[in-house]
Design a protein around this ligand. Sequence first.
Ligand code: FES
Length: 256
Amino acid sequence: MIRNERMEVVAQQEIAQNIFELVLKGKLVEDIGTPGRFVHIRTTDGFDPLLRRPISISSSDSGEGTMTLIYRAEGKGTSLLAQKTAGEEADVLGPLGNGFPLAPAKSGDRVLIVGGGIGVPPLYGLSKKLKAAGAEPVHVLGFQSADVAFYEEEFSGLGETHITTVDGSAGTRGFVTDVIRQLGDFDLYYSCGPIPMLTAVSDMMEGTEGYLSFEERMGCGIGACFACVCHTDANEKGYVKVCSDGPVFRAGVVKL
Ligand code: FES
């Protein structure tokens, strides 16, 4: 079910330049289920409705009743959210959207997980679940530069992890595809990040089952703005809304 809840801020810290990790506690966590879903969060207690923002759930712990969000503070709303500290509350609506399907991953499968920038967070919760199911995750995470890179250690704790940066300040200089082409075959892949990256990854992985999260395309997050519409055929007759039909789609469903 979808709840609108005032969740408790358990912790918040800046884990890279303008990238914040926010831990929230509340009943909403019970309903998250699959990784890759998101919440719609009011970033301030004022009355400006534009100050709700869709933010993906990075991971959740049903035992503790907590979930972790990782987001970039760049506009007015997220900058206000970044000021919240432990003990305060946040008004959260969710969980929303359809996440990454776990059923395609079988025990022993070699699974490629590719993230770009602020598309990396939901892949952490995904990788944890895949690992728990006996799959072997291999991560390739792309960032602009070392100062905005995060969670290398966390992903490394789950499996083989490669970092790329555009300027070469961490890991391999270049793009995720430069590393993927050296990694051999996979049974399955999942990816989340900017559209050009999703295009390049799905082209490279053609013939392998894959799932893509288009969350970067999201605007309002609640079906009201049409900013997230993507076409499902070349002549642009069919379409899906990323916020309500996605953000995760099987590779090939959305025309890139
Ligand atoms: Fe506004 Fe989907 S994000 S309609």
